[in-house]
Ligand binder design. Structure first.
Ligand SMILES: [Fe+2]
Ligand SMILES: [Fe+2]
Length: 232
């Protein structure tokens, strides 16, 4: 069986790459293709600012903590320069990106490659916890204020409660994924029972609601803030 793997990585941590060289790397991507950059914090922020300014609307990306560095998955959108992004598109992309790591982790475990299983599950966990973080810190407050929901009631309150269950299921799997004697499949069932319907509700209801409710350039500005969101 082919084990789904992480995208090709350019590990530039410990160096000070010229933004032009990094732009050349991402410019070579075809629409839908992804690469991963690993960069020191200062370089990463400078390069992401360059991407924002000089490649507006052309890429999705997702900075994640990786030790002292930032790891950034960059995907080329099928879009024209300067085109605006919406919440639905950007966050559905992140769901798919993150889910692929979980799929890969279990495929590796099934093939007996526990080291790869642990590494891919780590990527799943870091990506998902960051995703939950920007939803709770940026997206939900924006929806609550634009649509008039209180944080303790309504759809965002339901999503927050589901995040608690999702985090708990992921933490249990964190320990089980690389342990051949653990019943990881039943824990996986518990995760999927919550995460699957949760992501579906977000993609079917909440993200389109955000794209409708946020005024003017609101969705594009929110996606830009999400792209800059880092967890420690
Ligand atoms: Fe969520
Ligand atoms: Fe989500």
């Amino acid at each position: 069986m082919m084990i789904p793997s992480a995208p090709p990585t350019h590990d530039l941590a410990g160096t000070t790459p010229r933004p032009a060289d990094v732009l050349a790397l991402v410019d070579a991507l075809a629409a839908g293709e992804t690469l991963t950059l690993r960069l020191d914090l200062a370089s990463a922020r400078a390069i992401l600012a360059t991407l924002t300014a000089e490649r507006k609307g052309l890429f999705e990306w997702s900075p994640e903590s990786d030790g002292d560095a930032l790891r950034v998955d960059v995907t080329r959108r099928d879009a024209t320069p300067g085109s605006k992004r919406g919440v639905f598109e950007a966050l559905s992309w992140d769901h798919d990106r993150i889910d692929a790591f979980e799929l890969g982790a279990f495929a590796a475990r099934a093939a007996g490659d526990l080291e790869t299983a642990r590494a891919l599950f780590e990527r799943f966990e870091v990506g998902l916890f960051r995703h939950i973080g920007f939803e709770e810190d940026l997206l939900f407050p924006a929806i609550e204020s634009a649509a008039g929901f209180p944080p303790h009631a309504g759809p965002t309150a339901v999503m927050r409660a589901e995040h608690v269950e999702i985090r708990a299921a992921v933490r249990l799997l964190h320990d089980a994924i690389g342990d051949p004697s653990a019943d990881a499949e039943s824990l996986r069932g518990r995760l999927h029972a919550t995460l699957g319907p949760h992501n579906e509700k977000e993609e079917r209801i909440l993200y389109p609601m955000a794209d409708r409710a946020l005024p003017g350039a609101g969705p594009d500005e929110l996606v830009a803030a999400i792209q800059a969101y880092e967890t420690s």
